[in-house]
Every structure is written in C-alpha cells, then in structure tokens.
Ligand binder design. Structure first.
Ligand SMILES: NC(=O)c1ccc[n+]([C@@H]2O[C@H](COP(=O)([O-])OP(=O)(O)OC[C@H]3O[C@@H](n4cnc5c(N)ncnc54)[C@H](O)[C@@H]3O)[C@@H](O)[C@H]2O)c1
Length: 272
C-alpha cells in the first residue's frame, strides 16, 4: 500500500527533545519508520541514547546530541551541526521534561505548604524555559525558512489539577505523598507559550501546537493502576505508542490549517 501523502513526513528533519526518554523515543521511532530524519536532543550521553535505537534500521537518518535544553548555547551548538548536515529543521517536538519521581524524598512529594522553592525553579527551568529556548532557537530558523511545525508536549495535569485522591492509598500506608505542584504549573505554561508563538509566527509559515497526553502505562503499582482506570472513561492508561498518531498528524500537512491548538489524547480523563 502507498503511504498516505497527507500524513507524509518523509525526508523532513525533525528535532525531538527528550528523545532519550519514553515518549520522545516513541516519537523518534514513529518518525524514523516513516522516513523522516530525526535529531535527538537529550541531556543524557549521546552514545547511550543512540544505543537505545540499536533496533532501528534507519541508522543513517538518526543523529543524537547531548543537549541541555536550559542552555541556549548548548541548543545553538547542536542546531548548527544539524543545519550544516541536513539544513533547517522543519519539525520540532519539545518532549524533554522532568518531574519529581514517585520515590523522591518526602519534602519533594509532600504537602504543598512545605514544598521547596528550589524544586520549583529546577522543574520550571527544564519544562518551561527549556521549551521556550528550543522554540526560540529552532523556531527562528524555521520562520526565516518560511515553514515549520512545532509540537509542545503538555500533560493532562497541565489542563486540570492532579486528583490527589488517586494517591490516597499512599497516605493510607503512612506516606505524606501529594502529587507536587510544579509539574502542573509548568505544563499549563506550555499551553499559552504555544498560543503566543502560534500567533507570533502565524504569517511566517511556522505552526505551533500542543499535544496533551494522558498517563502512560509503565508498570505502576496495582493500586495506582486501578485508581487511574476508574477515573478514566476508557478505563485504562495509554500505551506508550498511542500519542504517535497525533504527533505525525501535527508535523505533517494533514494539520496544515491548525495552529495554537491543543490536541488532547487522554482516554477521556479531562472529559468529565
Ligand atoms: N509518561 C507519561 O505518562 C506522560 C504523560 C503526560 C505527559 N508526558 C510528557 O511527555 C514528555 C515525555 O515524557 P516521558 O514519560 O517520555 O519522560 P522521560 O523521563 O522518559 O523522558 C524525558 C527525557 O528528557 C530528558 N531531559 C531531562 N532534562 C533535560 C534537559 N535539561 N535537557 C535535555 N533533555 C532533558 C531526559 O534525559 C529524558 O530522556 C514530557 O514532556 C512529559 O511531561 C508524559
């Protein structure tokens, strides 16, 4: 069967930040499988990240750079190398982000009243400033070239508050756990960063949209999975490849009249 030209990404150069991680890795793989040239920017060591793609046949179409998205110099240095080899990227997916892991020290995952300001700064720096700086550096070159599509990754926790009752089981077993505030605040900032840039570059051929995934299954604890399923109209977490269709849609000409929008793929979590 011929590939559908409407959703074509063949030969497009797409930068995927956080491509060393779970969803970023999925996006990169989905693009490589469709003939795109993929550039991974990740804080992790480039050889290690590349090793995670060892199964991927399209080796020649993959470049991995160790980039700290909180540093404009780090982004620019890698971007110059991409441009020298492949030209100005036509796609950018901002997936690099951090959150306090579920097993972080109690002050990170404790009550809001004692949440550390330093943790707020650290997470905002990657999730918001990092996304802004990548848009700034790469979006500028796209605007000069007169074309481009940027996809900023949000989260359901950026649209609505975490439901703290989902974590009752942890408090019932004696922990002081509350899903912390910064991830939510950072992800909601993505929505208006996207809208701002969509309007700013609207006439220069650069489209900017948000993609909002729901929670992705990663062998979480049984109590968490049951609670999550109960709160989700579709009754389950996402599989890690279930955002790929949205990403291909947003990067391809299938979404050519879409900018400043938010594509929500959450199994209905935010529908009630
Ligand atoms: N996994 C989920 O359930 C889920 C749900 C909703 C939204 N999201 C969003 O999807 C995106 C990807 O999430 P994931 O689950 O794949 O996360 P992940 O932790 O698996 O991957 C994140 C990647 O970002 C990289 N990174 C961290 N700091 C960086 C920095 N300063 N510079 C460059 N790279 C840096 C990490 O090295 C890592 O490879 C994130 O934006 C996340 O908020 C994830």
């Amino acid at each position: 069967m011929m590939p559908d030209p409407l959703f074509a990404v063949r030969d497009r150069v797409v930068v995927v930040t956080g491509g060393g991680g779970k969803l970023g890795g999925q996006f990169a793989r989905a693009l490589l499988a469709r003939g795109a040239k993929v550039v991974v920017f990740d804080a992790a060591d480039a050889a290690t990240v590349r090793g995670r793609y060892a199964d991927q046949a399209a080796d020649a179409a993959l470049r991995c750079f160790q980039v700290d998205v909180t540093s404009r110099d780090s982004i620019t240095a890698a971007l110059h190398r991409v441009e020298d080899e492949w030209g100005v990227p036509s796609g950018l997916i901002n997936a690099a982000a951090i959150d306090a892991p579920p097993d972080a020290p109690p002050e990170e995952n404790g009550p809001f009243e004692t949440y550390p300001a330093a943790s707020f700064d650290r997470i905002m720096a990657v999730n918001v400033k990092g996304t802004m700086l990548c848009c700034q550096a790469i979006g500028e070159t796209m605007a000069k070239a007169g074309r481009g599509s940027i996809v900023n990754i949000c989260s359901t926790y950026g649209l609505v508050s975490p439901d703290q009752s989902l974590y009752d089981y942890r408090r019932e077993r004696g922990e002081t756990f509350y899903k912390p505030v910064t991830y939510s605040a950072s992800k909601s900032a993505i929505l208006n960063l996207t809208r701002y840039l969509a309007t700013y570059w609207g006439r220069q051929g650069v489209r900017v949209n948000t993609l909002t995934p729901g929670g992705v299954f990663a062998n979480q604890e049984r109590d968490f999975l049951e609670g999550y399923a109960k709160r989700t109209p579709m009754g389950r977490m996402a599989h890690e490849d279930e955002m790929n269709g949205g990403v291909i849609f947003l990067l391809s000409d299938a979404s050519s009249y879409m900018t400043g929008a938010n594509l929500v793929i959450d199994g209905g979590w935010t529908a009630w």
